[in-house]
Design a protein around this ligand. Structure first.
Ligand SMILES: Cc1cc2nc3c(=O)[nH]c(=O)nc-3n(C[C@H](O)[C@H](O)[C@H](O)COP(=O)(O)OP(=O)(O)OC[C@H]3O[C@@H](n4cnc5c(N)ncnc54)[C@H](O)[C@@H]3O)c2cc1C
Length: 427
C-alpha cells in the first residue's frame, strides 16, 4: 500500500527522540505541518531509557511527559512509528521521501490493557533494557511509550502464540495480517534527528566487555538503577546477583582515542558523576564509587554538580586511563593501571566496572538514502548552504538533553525559513 501524505509546505522530521520531538513541536506550534518519523515503536529515544537526569537528578519522564502532551495537543503533527526513510529525492523546498512502515500487528483500538502480553509465554530480548533481560513477545516498550500501544514481535506472528495474543484481546486490536506499508511524503525541509548510538564496547579489547559479565556500559548501568530495569532498580552485578557496592567508573571508554572515537563524547563525565549518586543512594555509607579519569569535563553549571560529588565521602577519584581489566574467580573485576598523580601502579578490585561508553552518531555506517554532509566523526552538519536538510540534537554532536533541545529548536527555525520561502515563491 502506498499512501501519499503532506505537501512541500511540510517539514519532515526523522527520529523521534527528545530532539526530533522538540523540532516537531517547535515547528508545529509555529503553525507548520510536520510529519515525525520514528523507526522504533515509540517516541522518546534514549532519553526515555535514562533513570535520572543530571544535574538535578530528576526523572526523564518529567521532560518527556511535557513534550508528549504538546505533541498530543497539536493537530499539525503526524507521528509515524516503525518508519524509516528508504529513499529521498529532490532538493530544498521540494523533497519526496519514500518511507517504509513496518507492521506493529496492533492497531489503534489498543487500550494498552496488557491482556495480549499476559496471554503469551514466548519471550524475546528486551532492547529497552539493552538486552539485559527478556520481555514477552507481546509488549509495551516502556511505561512512557507513545503511542501507548502494544507491539507483537514478528517472531510469534503465524504461530500459536500469536493466535493466543489475538484471542486475548477484547478490542479487536491485534491484527496479525498487518503488512509492511510504503508512504510517499512530500516535504520542503527535512530535519535529521537520528540521534546517537553507544560505541561498541567489545571493540575496546583490554576492557573485556565481551568476556567479563561484570564489565558493563554506562547505559546498562542506567537500566540497573531504574525500578523498571532488569533488577527492579537494585544495583546487582550480572554474574551472580551480588549487591554491587564497590563500583568503578571508567571514563573515556572509546572516546578521545585514536583507535576508537577521536572525539570527546562530552556527557560521559557528567553521566558517571551522576551514576556515583545512584550507588550512594542505594547503599548509603557502605557505597564506594571510584571514578578513573583523564580529566573531568564538567562545563558551565555542571561544575557545581562536580563539586558536590567531590564532597561525597563515598566517591573517590583516580587520575588514570585504565590500562586493562581482568576478572577473578569470585567475579570481582581487577583494574590495572598507573595513577598519574604519584605514578603508583595499581591492581584494584571492584564488584562492578562501568564503562562510560562513547557516543557516536547513529547514522555512522548506516545506509542513509540521502546526501547528508557529516564531519569526520560522522555527525551531521547542522546546516549546509542551499540545502533543505538540517541536523538536530545528537545527530549533530555528542550533547546533553538541554543542548540537544537547543540545537533542535534552531533546526526547526531553519526548516521554517525554508518553508516560508517556498510559500512566498508560490504565492
Ligand atoms: C550513560 C548516559 C547517560 C546520560 N545521561 C544524561 C543526563 O542525565 N542528562 C542529559 O541531559 N543527558 C544525558 N545523556 C545524553 C542523552 O542521552 C542525549 O542528550 C539524548 O539522548 C539526545 O537525544 P536525541 O533525540 O538527539 O537522540 P536519541 O535519544 O538517540 O534519539 C534518536 C531517535 O531517532 C531514532 N532514529 C535513529 N535513526 C533513525 C532513522 N533512520 N529513521 C527513523 N528514526 C531513527 C531512534 O530510534 C531514536 O528514537 C546521557 C547519555 C549517556 C550515554
Amino acid at each position: 500500500m502506498t499512501e501519499v501524505v503532506a505537501t512541500n509546505q511540510t517539514i519532515l522530521v526523522v527520529g523521534g527522540g527528545i530532539s526530533g520531538m522538540t523540532a516537531a513541536i517547535e515547528a508545529a506550534e509555529c503553525g507548520k505541518q510536520v510529519v515525525l518519523l520514528e523507526k522504533s515503536p515509540t517516541l522518546g529515544g534514549r532519553t526515555a531509557l535514562l533513570y535520572r537526569y543530571f544535574p538535578k537528578l530528576c526523572h526523564p519522564t518529567c521532560g518527556l511527559e511535557i513534550n508528549l502532551g504538546r505533541i498530543k495537543a497539536n493537530r499539525n503533527i503526524r507521528v509515524v512509528t516503525l518508519a524509516e526513510v528508504s529513499r529521498i529525492e529532490g532538493g530544498r523546498g521540494d523533497y519526496t521521501a519514500t518511507v517504509k512502515v513496518s507492521p506493529r500487528y496492533v492497531n489503534e483500538h489498543c487500550t494498552a490493557c496488557g491482556a495480549c502480553g499476559e496471554a503469551v509465554s514466548d519471550v524475546v530480548p528486551n532492547p529497552y533494557n539493552y538486552n539485559m533481560n527478556q520481555m514477552k513477545a507481546a509488549y509495551l516498550p516502556h511505561v512512557m511509550a507513545y503511542p501507548q500501544r502494544y507491539v507483537i514481535d514478528p517472531s510469534i506472528v503465524g504461530t500459536a502464540e500469536g493466535v493466543k495474543a489475538k484471542a486475548a484481546c477484547n478490542y479487536g486490536a491485534v491484527d496479525l495480517d498487518m503488512q509492511e506499508a510504503t508512504l510517499t511524503i512530500k516535504a520542503g525541509a527535512v530535519v535529521w534527528a537520528t540521534g546517537w548510538q553507544p560505541y561498541d564496547a567489545a571493540k575496546i579489547q583490554p576492557y573485556g566487555y565481551d568476556r567479563f559479565a561484570n564489565v558493563i556500559t554506562s547505559l546498562e548501568f542506567e537500566r540497573l538503577a531504574d525500578p523498571h530495569g532488569p533488577t527492579g532498580g537494585r544495583i546487582l552485578r550480572p554474574s551472580d546477583g551480588k549487591e554491587a557496592k564497590n563500583v568503578a567508573f571508567i571514563q573515556c571508554a572509546g572516546s578521545r582515542d585514536e583507535n576508537h572515537l577521536r572525539h570527546c563524547s562530552r556527557i560521559c563525565c557528567m553521566a558517571s558523576l551522576k551514576q556515583t549518586q545512584y550507588v550512594s543512594e542505594a547503599w548509603g555509607a557502605a557505597a564506594k564509587s571510584t571514578v578513573y579519569y583523564i580529566d573531568i569535563r564538567a562545563i558551565d553549571r555542571f561544575e557545581d554538580f562536580y563539586q558536590k560529588v567531590q564532597k561525597d565521602p563515598t566517591v573517590n577519584f583516580t587520575k588514570s586511563k585504565v590500562a586493562k581489566i581482568t576478572q577473578d574467580k569470585s567475579g570481582d573485576v581487577i583494574l590495572h593501571g598507573v595513577d598519574t598523580e604519584g605514578y603508583h601502579r595499581y591492581e584494584n578490585a571492584h564488584d562492578l566496572a562501568v564503562l562510560a561508553i562513547g557516543m557516536q552518531p547513529s547514522v555512522a555506517g548506516a545506509d542513509i538514502p540521502a546526501e547528508i554532509i557529516a564531519d569526520s566523526s560522522g555527525f551531521i552538519e547542522a546546516s549546509v548552504a542551499d540545502s533543505g536538510f538540517f541536523g538536530a540534537g545528537c545527530a549533530t554532536n555528542a550533547l546533553d538533553v538541554n543542548r540537544a533541545v537547543q540545537s533542535s529548536t534552531a533546526a526547526a527555525l531553519r526548516a521554517i525559513q525554508v518553508i516560508n520561502r517556498v510559500a512566498k515563491a508560490e504565492a
